[in-house]
Design a protein around this ligand. Structure first.
Ligand code: FES
Length: 101
């Protein structure tokens, strides 16, 4: 679904054909929805810093461990998906929320 070396080079990869992102987060790989759950901005245009994905529209950010938004923002959490790494390929389980593992 995504090449690991490319992901390390660019940090955020948009998954072709799906509203989904794969993110390189300080040595860990995270998959999440591309659409911000607050007001639907494109998180593929955001940035990653200190374990958080920052939305390009507002000052809010999401914890890449559990999807929680910055305290005080009225929004459900960002949906995360389980990932599996096989050799140099990253695979995302698109049918399951990370919390359902
Ligand atoms: S649209 Fe993303 S935080 Fe508001």
């Amino acid at each position: 679904m995504c090449d690991l070396d490319r992901l390390k080079a660019v940090t955020i990869v948009r998954v072709a054909g799906r509203d989904m992102l794969v993110i390189w987060n300080e040595g860990d790989v995270v998959a999440c929805d591309r659409v911000c759950p607050h007001e639907q901005a494109d998180l593929g245009r955001g940035r990653v810093e200190a374990g958080r994905l920052f939305c390009p529209r507002h000052a809010a950010s999401f914890d890449l461990r559990d999807g929680a938004i910055t305290a005080g923002w009225p929004s459900p959490p960002l949906r995360l998906y389980p990932v599996r790494i096989t050799g140099e390929q990253v695979w995302v389980d698109t049918g399951m929320r990370q919390s359902e593992r």
